[in-house]
Ligand binder design. Structure first.
Ligand SMILES: Nc1ncnc2c1ncn2[C@@H]1O[C@H](COP(=O)(O)OP(=O)(O)OP(=O)(O)O)[C@@H](O)[C@H]1O
Ligand SMILES: [Mg+2]
Length: 500
């Protein structure tokens, strides 16, 4: 109750005798104010000292009771105060008119004290309950509106009756355009409301509130896109009709996070697998070579000095250099594993090509391969991992040499050129057998080989390295027979910012 626990009653009546009579009946329980005209009554009702109930005479000079009532109802400050009309007029038409203006009740004169007290008490209780209800409703609305999940209610025909702010955002509509939409347009899987469907069964179930169900379905936004949705369903009764309540949570962010975790896990496994294969492949090559050199050294030792075509020391040196390379590979892989990324520094690519060629020269000579370097590109400065790019080059040179092992003409040509001002292109051209059709489509996949002792990972590793440098690698048949393996690397463009 306002201001104090004792409710205030305002009497508006032009007769001082009636005012005094009413005051005498009410004073023991209530605080009583009085006005002798409609104008005074309205003023008091609008003052800070608002009454909890008004007893209003219908017939008064000046503003009559109906006019006062209309004025009180128009003003939001006084519109909720219950007004009981006091009248000597017993006509039903008059009563109806009073109720139309919003009177809470009528009491006929002469007034019976017991009736007055009972009616006043009843209307004060009703008014207090209405205030309580309004407060509850506001609290509930705040809870629904503030919820993170969408809360929607549908009637038994499946039409949307209400939706909170989270729901409006989730489905991408404006509040005004979403109300009355059918459930099926927001959750296609729940379009069916007939008995036997999820919604139909929910409506059919007995009792005012059905047990809640949880479902995972797809929601449809205004733009037509579908998204994963977790739903809770429940049923309530509202004004004798079933109301279907839907609690909806958008699972998009959760699903994306799960997919990311899974993808990262897969990539990690692939990376670990790739690393193991790289290690095995790259170490295998120098080991095989050093075994060959050591075998040569053993044969030389078994051969009389004067008949030896090469020196034992030379063979041992070559074996040692291959073992050194194996050591370097392990060292580099350790570095690679700890940093995860290629260690890119400024490199002159022509220099790397010469170094890789020199490294392979011995085996190229043994395989009777003649090499031509046509390093014609005008610029060759790139950000690159020196070791990795040399690894690509040695893989390609070794493949070319292998492909020419049965060819009469064994010519290897490495050329460089520019694509625009930003990309550097390297072509490794041979006169070998050309790419065999069985492996052509899957050349860059790991373990694809046409060789008896090949592991089939050289090109897969090369592609991973080139792509980590933002380049591309591909294979073509050479017009002169044989193959051309080409790759590109981005150049450091003069004046451009550098992102290592
Ligand atoms: N220059 C080339 N000419 C013809 N075929 C080639 C050439 N380069 C690669 N290939 C084909 O591609 C296959 C895959 O090459 P890749 O380097 O990946 O593996 P590999 O050489 O067989 O084995 P390793 O793992 O020891 O390098 C080869 O087996 C070969 O059939
Ligand atoms: Mg190879």
């Amino acid at each position: 109750m306002r201001n104090s626990t004792v409710p205030t009653i305002l009497i508006i009546d032009d007769s001082p005798a009636i005012i005094e009579g009413l005051r005498a009946i009410l004073r023991p329980q209530y605080r009583v104010l009085a006005a002798r005209s409609g104008e005074d009554g309205i003023r008091i009702a609008q003052s800070r000292n608002k009454p909890n109930l008004i007893l209003l005479d219908v017939v008064m000079p000046g503003l009559d009771g109906h006019a006062v009532l209309a004025a009180l109802r128009e003003n939001p400050e006084t519109s909720a105060i219950p007004v009981v009309l006091l009248t000597a007029l017993a006509g039903a038409a008059d009563e109806e008119r009073g109720f139309e203006f919003g009177a809470a009740d009528y009491i006929s004169k002469p007034i019976k004290p017991a009736v007055l007290v009972a009616r006043v008490r009843a209307h004060l209780q009703l008014a207090a309950r209405a205030v309580q209800l309004a407060a509850n409703e506001e609290r509930l609305r705040a809870v629904v509106e503030g919820a993170i999940d969408a809360i929607l209610t549908f009637d038994s025909a499946g039409k949307l009756q209400s939706i909170n702010a989270a729901g409006v955002t989730m489905f991408g509509y404006r509040q005004t355009e979403i109300l009355e939409r059918p459930l099926g347009s927001l959750v296609p899987e729940l379009a069916d409301t007939e008995p036997g469907s999820i919604i139909g069964d929910c409506f059919q179930s007995n009792g005012p509130v059905a047990g809640r169900q949880r479902l995972e379905v797809q929601g449809r936004r205004k733009n037509g896109s579908l998204f994963p949705l977790e739903l809770g369903l429940s049923k309530a009764r509202n004004h004798d009709a079933d109301l279907f309540i839907l609690f909806a949570r958008d699972l998009t962010a959760q699903r994306n996070a799960e997919a990311n975790v899974e993808r990262l896990g897969r990539e990690r496994l692939t990376a670990i697998g790739g690393m193991a294969v790289t290690l095995a492949h790259e170490i295998n090559q120098p080991f095989l070579a050093s075994i060959a050199y050591l075998n040569t050294a053993r044969q030389l030792l078994a051969t009389p000095m004067e008949q030896r075509c090469a020196s034992v020391e030379q063979s041992l040196d070559l074996a040692a250099s291959q073992l050194l390379r194996a050591g370097q590979i392990i060292g580099h892989l350790r570095e690679f594993a700890s940093s995860g990324e290629p260690n890119k520094t400024f490199q002159n690519l022509h220099e790397l090509i010469r170094e890789a060629h020199n490294f392979m020269l011995e085996s190229l000579v043994r395989a009777n391969v003649e090499t031509t370097l046509c390093l014609d590109a005008r610029i060759d400065l790139a950000l690159a991992d020196k070791f990795q790019i040399k690894q690509v080059l040695t893989n390609l040179i070794r493949n070319a040499s292998d492909a020419m092992s049965t060819s009469l003409k064994r010519e290897l040509k490495i050329t460089t050129s520019l694509i625009g001002d930003e990309m550097f292109r390297i072509d490794v051209v041979d006169t070998g057998s050309g790419i065999s059709p069985e492996v052509e489509a899957r050349l860059f996949e790991p373990f694809v080989t046409s060789k008896e002792y090949g592991m089939g990972v050289g090109l897969a590793i090369s592609r991973a390295i080139v792509e980590a440098h933002y380049g591309e690698i591909w294979v073509d048949q050479s017009p002169g027979g044989g193959a051309i393996v080409s790759f590109t690397l981005p150049l450091v463009v003069q004046g451009a910012p550098v992102n290592a």
